[in-house]
Design a protein around this ligand. Structure first.
Ligand code: ZN
Length: 751
């Protein structure tokens, strides 16, 4: 469904079929030897042809800078490949044990509300972050190298998060202005590669320091996205792949220690897939062995095998654990060694068994913690856990991971971002009754600004302001994946269209996915291709859906047996075929510590929205008049308890739906009406002014814990309150104090 927020012009969303037709036409005059090889019919784009068979400007510039030549091969060597590869690579490989593989950035384009959301990101902080706040305003990865000899690693990390996120955002939206801006650091860094291969700043070139290879993990992700993008040509792809190969193979750093160097395994194996260079695989496996022998005990990520397999609570920093724990799942995809996969699965189990909050992200402020109504998460943990769970879905082929990514993005992710894409929280929480410059209720920086919505909410600790930009572009990139049989899998749902290939002969196909999901239960797929194509089409059946149903060309179909939370239609599809998946949602209530309760329906958690009184604050260095920091004070009643008996949920909580709205995260079309009672004595908490505040500074207000049993017993008369999707709120009550009701009938909301 198109909305007024859909910012991608119709002509730019031209079908893959048109692109292929243009490509075929353009090749008619080709005489052979001068043609540039590419990856024509896989997930990569047809070659971008400039004059006759020459390079386009982008590839020419890159090649001129790098002095790297791509092989020129005859047109008749063009063939369909599963993956984008460097044409001068000897033996590109596949992740043979991966059940699912990602498509190239740009193969999936958002429609409907999702396109509107990405458009707001691109027009807001996606483009303007470098105009608002340090370190994004400084030329890290773009010339700061010559000035920054006394600096630490962390500005390089923070800017690299934005570079990666903005690159992916530009690639999935086709936003040329953003692409031009974000390509400047990519091109600068590639052009300044050291003779031995090192990419990046001298200040962290010495591998001895902590975190000194961590920023590279993030920056090389951006290069990888640029290389793989559907719009990129073979020359650009070759140049990047070779630069990354040279970087790793020339590096003398230990990648097993110290902390987070091991995260480079992800990028090493990306390069291994595209080059087949066995030294990269060996390097990655050696790094993990070194980490397991040394780092797991010494770096604080709590990934010692004995603790992982004992399923203990995690005693570690959230981002470190999320980024490191997934590495063995990636190693499994390239080696088939089950011990890697078993380790990764066990490491993930700890997150869900001990730390998961109702909104789909574990408590991580910044270490993993308990699951009370005040436990929060760092926004980097939303981006990084979902990034990792995407890999878990590829490694296992299990749609469970898709459920988890959706829950995290629609609830915790949306809930941490200001809906005009002009601010983001560093710490966000299911219960946050205010979000001001002094309302951080977490132990880390208690009473400081990290829960307010700002362009850069962490100030000098600027990770989240950059990392948030990766979240939804990666969601879009991973909505569709390729299986091992030439089929396609709908892994994450939402309005979009995918242009790729399917079937044994890699036939070009477009699938238009029309839906208002997660605000609706119906998802329509329309298939467009030149001829009938036989391939498996797999659709994820979420774990929360008890009675899914399926229609083919409007006719009800028996639902195939689900395997790993996917049903597969393996048949010959015809041009214009339609498939409709119906995923009925039902309301559920879950129970939380301190006698708390929360409501959800399908992938959406519901909250009492608290009206905000917004006050802008301009903080030199961290925000501007156009992109200020914000104080949000509560301007409506929030101190409700939930008077719901779980055994009578269907009678006591009413679901309401109105027509789809143009911007559903601002004006949600769905709501729950639930009985509640005011708890009069439940007030905002106050703490003494923070140590560095002026002597006459007012007391600071914080979101309080759930009220006492005595306070609940004095609750007022029952009334009906309207709850909306958590992701549509800025201030919210999500974990309610329970008032009465039995103890039976609660759902497990931890995924
Ligand atoms: Zn962060």
């Amino acid at each position: 469904m198109q909305t007024k927020f859909n910012r991608v012009p119709e002509e730019e969303r031209s079908s893959r079929l048109v692109l292929i037709a243009r490509f075929e036409d353009s090749m008619k005059d080709c005489t052979g030897s001068e043609c540039l090889s590419t990856t024509p019919l896989g997930d990569a784009a047809p070659p971008q042809r400039a004059d006759s068979c020459g390079f386009n400007r982008r590839s020419f510039l890159r090649l001129a800078v790098l002095g790297s030549g791509a092989l020129l091969v005859p047109c008749d060597l063009l063939e369909a490949l599963e993956i984008p590869t460097a044409s001068n690579a000897a033996n590109p490989v596949l992740p043979a044990s991966a059940a699912l593989r990602p498509l190239a950035p740009g193969a999936v384009r958002a429609d409907g509300w999702l396109a509107g959301w990405l458009g707001k990101q691109a027009d807001g902080l996606g483009y303007h972050l470098p105009d608002t706040s340090w370190p994004f305003s400084a030329p890290y990865w773009q010339g700061q190298e010559v000035n920054g000899q006394s600096e630490e690693w962390w500005p390089w990390e923070q800017k690299a998060y934005w570079i990666d996120g903005a690159t992916r955002l530009a690639l999935v939206t086709g936003d040329e202005r953003l692409l031009r801006r974000v390509q400047e650091p990519l091109e600068y860094t590639l052009a300044h590669q050291r003779p031995e291969g090192y990419l990046g700043p001298d200040v962290i070139r010495n591998p001895a320091g902590n975190f000194h290879r961590w920023p590279h993990t993030l920056f090389i992700r951006a290069l990888a996205a640029d290389a793989d993008a559907i719009r990129s040509d073979a020359a650009l792809r070759d140049a990047i792949v070779e630069a990354v190969r040279k970087h790793y193979l020339g590096d003398l750093a230990s990648y097993g220690v110290p902390i987070r160097n091991i995260t480079n395994v992800e990028d090493m194996l990306w390069c291994y897939e595209r080059t087949g260079d066995p030294r990269l695989l060996a390097m990655a496996e050696t790094a993990w062995a070194d980490y397991a022998a040394l780092g797991g005990k010494e770096d604080g990520a709590d990934l010692q095998a004995d603790r992982v397999f004992a399923n203990t609570p995690i005693d570690a920093h959230g981002v470190s654990y999320a980024e490191i724990a997934k590495q063995p799942a990636i190693l499994y995809m390239y080696t088939g060694r089950l011990e890697y996969l078993n380790f990764a699965l066990a490491a993930q189990k700890r997150i869900f068994d001990h730390h998961m909050l109702i909104d789909g992200i574990p408590s991580t402020s910044e270490h993993y913690s308990t699951v009370t109504a005040l436990d929060s998460h760092e926004t980097c943990d939303i981006t990084d856990h979902t990034w990792s769970w995407g890999y878990m879905m590829m490694a296992t082929g299990n749609g469970l991971w898709g459920d988890r990514v959706e829950r995290a993005c629609f609830n915790a992710g949306m809930g941490a971002i200001k809906k005009d894409w002009k601010g983001v929280q560093y710490f966000s929480c299911p219960n946050q009754f205010l979000a001001t410059q002094t309302s951080d209720h977490n132990a880390m920086n208690l009473g400081h600004q990290m829960m307010s919505y700002q362009p850069n909410p962490g100030h000098a600790t600027a990770c989240c302001g950059g990392d948030v930009h990766r979240l939804f572009p990666n969601y879009v990139i991973r909505m569709w994946m390729r299986d091992t049989q030439g089929g396609l899998a709908a892994a994450l749902y939402g309005p979009c269209r995918v242009n790729t290939t399917a079937g044994k002969d890699h036939h070009p196909i477009e699938i238009v996915e029309t839906t208002d999901y997660p605000f609706d239960e119906q998802i329509h797929f329309t298939l467009d291709m030149r001829k009938p194509v036989e391939f498996p089409l797999s659709l994820r059946i979420p774990g929360w859906c008890a009675q899914p149903s399926l229609l083919l060309n409007g006719q009800a179909q028996p639902l195939p047996a689900a395997k790993n939370r996917f049903v597969t239609l393996a048949r010959k599809f015809h041009p214009g075929d339609t498939v409709t998946l119906v995923l009925p949602m039902s309301t559920a209530v879950s129970r939380w510590p301190d006698n708390g309760a929360g409501l959800e329906r399908g992938p959406l958690v519901y909250s009492l929205p608290i009206k905000e009184q917004w006050t802008p604050v301009i903080e030199p260095r961290w925000s501007t008049a156009d992109f200020p920091s914000w104080n949000a004070e509560p301007a409506s009643v929030w101190n409700y308890g939930l008077a719901v008996d779980p055994a009578k949920l269907a009678d006591e909580v009413r679901f309401e739906r109105k027509a789809m709205t143009p911007d559903p995260w601002v004006d949600p079309p769905v709501s729950l009406i639930a009985p509640a009672q005011i708890i009069e004595s439940w007030k905002l908490a106050t703490v003494p002014a923070k140590p560095d505040a002026a002597a006459d500074a007012p007391q600071q207000h914080l979101t309080p814990p759930l009220p006492s049993a005595d306070a609940r017993r004095a609750a007022g008369p029952e009334q009906q309150v309207t709850l909306v999707p958590y992701g549509s709120t800025h201030l919210r009550l999500t974990i309610f104090p329970r008032l009465g009701g039995g103890t039976a009938g609660y759902a497990d909301a931890t995924g």
